[in-house]
Design a protein around this ligand. Structure first.
Ligand SMILES: *[C@@H]1O[C@H](CO)[C@@H](O)[C@H](O)[C@H]1NC(C)=O
Ligand SMILES: *[C@@H]1O[C@H](CO)[C@@H](O)[C@H](O)[C@H]1NC(C)=O
Ligand SMILES: *[C@@H]1O[C@H](CO)[C@@H](O)[C@H](O)[C@H]1NC(C)=O
Ligand SMILES: *[C@@H]1O[C@H](CO)[C@@H](O)[C@H](O)[C@H]1NC(C)=O
Length: 384
């Protein structure tokens, strides 16, 4: 009786840390095997900030940036290229959730609804499914205290972790979307263990709806492969389509050892008319079947392993959406702490997002919005 769970947990414990030891790896020096030098993708506009898993909202004509770090740092700038001023942190100490490194949450996602800000954050540790998504709220971004409400989702251990699909998934990297018709809010989350999932949120956005039996759907999955490196979910809405974004591949820990070219982080997407999916890529392949259109990846031999993305929706039909992310600059270095903020405006070709070079915010006719967008239901209320 006792042997099976022990064996399983041992297998699970060793599977994750080994996830990237198995594929061929390369030392720095064989550059052509490591870097993609394609010039088909645009270079990023440099955000001039060190960041991993950036999250940006536009509020009151200023950009506010949240990132993984001690107590979840908040930065502010008048534009996407900085300079960014650190204005505080979301938490004023350890998270009230007893998991991972309580002083150093990962991958925050902040949204605004009805004058209140909600920051979903992650506590975990590398290679572990013993994770949690927590939530903190405030009513003003500049200098006010946030309230830490604690856990929304536990996986592996803790209250509720015995509820499906928390029994098989990994509670990291939350993102947020609202159904444009019904107004129902959803949380997307997950990685590696059964990849990315979606659950409905309760009306106060502080808990999962029907917590004991959540109406969960799987958004992405890589079947038939041992390693399932999809994480960092994001969801955007435009012109009648929901776009499910994620990062695919190896994110970090490149210290002198690199995966095969193309196995490092890249930014992928699929879309659906329904917020709950199924999502398919440009070739019609379901994201649940390993699909995902590569929107942005390593390029020019300079940009390496971009990911941890978000999309800032255009504030009206004349302007472009912004794709932002972190990336490594091969001339600077490969330490996790050296990742930089990058961003590009997006055009849409046949409804598929394409990053464009430069800083022209003007939407082209090809990229303009034809359908009806319910601006009130965008994840972030813009301007006001
Ligand atoms: C961007 O915003 C920062 C901070 O608000 C400001 O210092 C800088 O001059 C702005 N840059 C441009 C190009 O507007
Ligand atoms: C949490 O992470 C920070 C930053 O990496 C580190 O300085 C600190 O020692 C860690 N705390 C624990 C309890 O591991
Ligand atoms: C659209 O949004 C941009 C950027 O916020 C703003 O400068 C512009 O005035 C807006 N245009 C219209 C027609 O509202
Ligand atoms: C990469 O780093 C070099 C050296 O600091 C800098 O000149 C260049 O602009 C950077 N490029 C990008 C895309 O970050």
């Amino acid at each position: 009786m006792h042997h099976l769970p022990l064996l399983l947990s041992l297998l699970l414990a060793i599977a994750a840390p080994l996830a990237w030891a198995a594929p061929a790896s390369h030392q720095l020096g064989q550059l052509s095997q490591i870097y993609d030098t394609t010039d088909k993708l645009p270079l990023p506009n440099e955000g001039n900030l060190q960041v991993h898993d950036p999250n940006i909202i536009l509020h009151d004509e200023h950009y506010y940036l949240f990132k993984g770090g001690i107590n979840i740092p908040i930065f502010k700038s008048g534009n996407m290229s900085g300079p960014w001023e650190k204005i505080g942190t979301v938490l004023d100490g350890d998270s009230i959730i007893h998991k991972g490194n309580r002083s150093r949450p990962w991958a925050p996602t902040t949204i605004e609804r009805n004058g209140k800000f909600y920051c979903y954050y992650t506590l975990s540790s590398r290679g572990s499914r013993n994770s949690a998504i927590g939530i903190a709220t405030t009513t003003t971004l500049d200098g006010s205290a946030w309230t830490d409400h604690g856990v929304l989702i536990n996986t592996e251990k803790g209250p509720g972790s015995d509820v499906y699909p928390y029994t098989i998934t990994n509670a990291i990297d939350a993102s947020f979307i609202v159904d444009q018709v019904s107004g129902q809010a959803y949380l997307n989350y997950g990685s590696f263990w059964h990849d990315i999932w979606q659950v409905p949120l309760s009306d106060d956005l502080l808990s999962v709806k029907d917590a004991g039996k959540p109406d969960a759907v799987q958004l992405t999955f890589i079947p038939r492969k041992k390693h399932k490196p999809e994480e960092g979910s994001w969801m955007s809405y435009r012109d009648g389509w929901y776009y499910a974004w994620f990062s695919h591949g190896k994110c970090c820990n490149f210290d002198g050892v690199f995966p095969d070219r193309g196995d490092e982080y890249s930014i992928r997407v699929g879309r659906s008319k329904n917020v709950r999916g199924p999502f398919a890529d440009r070739d019609g392949k379901l994201l649940r079947e390993g699909g995902g259109e590569v929107v942005y990846g390593s390029n020019h031999g300079v940009v390496y392993a971009p990911g941890g993305l978000g999309v800032l929706p255009a504030s009206n039909e004349s302007t472009r959406d912004i794709l932002y992310y972190h990336y490594l600059n091969t001339t600077i270095g490969f330490k996790d702490g050296e990742a930089r903020l990058g961003w590009n405006y997006l055009d849409y070709e046949d409804g598929w997002p394409v990053p464009v070079e430069g800083q022209d915010a003007t939407a082209t006719s090809a990229g303009s919005i034809h359908g009806v967008t319910n601006w009130d239901y965008l994840p972030v209320v813009l301007g006001e």
